[in-house]
Write a protein that binds this ligand. Structure first.
Ligand SMILES: [Zn+2]
Length: 246
């Protein structure tokens, strides 16, 4: 009797889950890779910075879509790069969260984690009118309370399956070797790259665009590569709060 009740409960739970996921990922669950082959989800952390506008031009010229995991204050205040943030959004790239100040989230209280997320949300509402639904936690740190809190806020959590190592002084050639070793087969990669590096924007990115072309990989946003093209942003209409400084 008990076993039957449990089984019925499980069946109901799985049915309910299937009915409300819309094919996209579940909030609070770490995702490393695309859910399908034939694509590459270029993903850039730590902007906006002085190369953001150039990066958008390079991607747009190739018909590529990418994802920008922006912070509020890491390389200066996001409002000072508002034009570039708007340009990335209007070009159809995915604007996602990399927190407000780029801390290791596991070292914060629940309120601290929430504040890191909501401060960036407020700035993005002011700049592009949207709150992101995707986050890549700084340092890929998902320990402690990070995942439960992000889940409660509805955030889909991305880490990485191919690390370009640009943050660790890899040259573009060394990063390219990492991609060649990972290969173009299997489900699409979600690489770790950083747009404040001139060489990542102006050398590695053109190489990756060409590599994708040679291997017939479509360059898409992280949401699209997870079958969640309509889920890049939180639902609802949000009003700007008038802030223009950090
Ligand atoms: Zn970062």
């Amino acid at each position: 009797m008990l076993a039957e009740t449990v089984l019925a409960g499980l069946l109901m739970a799985s049915g309910a889950a299937a009915g409300c996921t819309h094919g996209g990922p579940s909030p609070g669950v770490v995702i490393q890779q695309c859910s399908k082959p034939g694509m590459l989800a270029l993903a850039y952390d730590d902007g906006p910075y002085i190369y953001t506008s150039d990066l958008v031009d390079i991607l747009d010229a190739a018909g590529a879509k990418a994802t920008f995991f922006f912070t509020g204050t890491l390389y200066g205040c996001i409002y000072d790069q508002a034009t570039a943030v708007k340009k990335a959004f209007k070009s159809g790239h995915q604007v996602a969260s990399h927190t407000w100040t780029h801390p290791a989230l596991s070292g914060l209280t629940e309120d601290g984690i929430r504040s890191e997320m909501t401060q960036l949300e407020d700035a993005l509402v002011n700049i592009i009118g949207k709150k992101p639904a995707y986050v890549r936690p700084p340092y890929l740190d998902t320990a402690g309370q990070t995942l439960p809190v992000l889940k409660s806020m509805g955030y889909k959590v991305i880490t990485v399956d191919v690390d370009s190592g640009d943050w660790n002084k890899n040259t573009p050639e060394q990063s390219e070797a990492v991609f060649l070793a990972a290969g173009a087969g299997g489900n699409g990669h979600i690489p770790l790259m950083h747009e404040p590096y001139n060489s990542t924007v102006h050398e590695l990115t053109p190489w990756l665009i060409n590599w994708a072309k040679e291997n017939k990989l479509k360059l898409v946003t992280v949401a699209e590569c997870l079958g969640d093209a309509g889920g890049a942003y939180q639902k609802g209409n949000f009003k700007p709060n008038g802030k223009t400084t950090c």
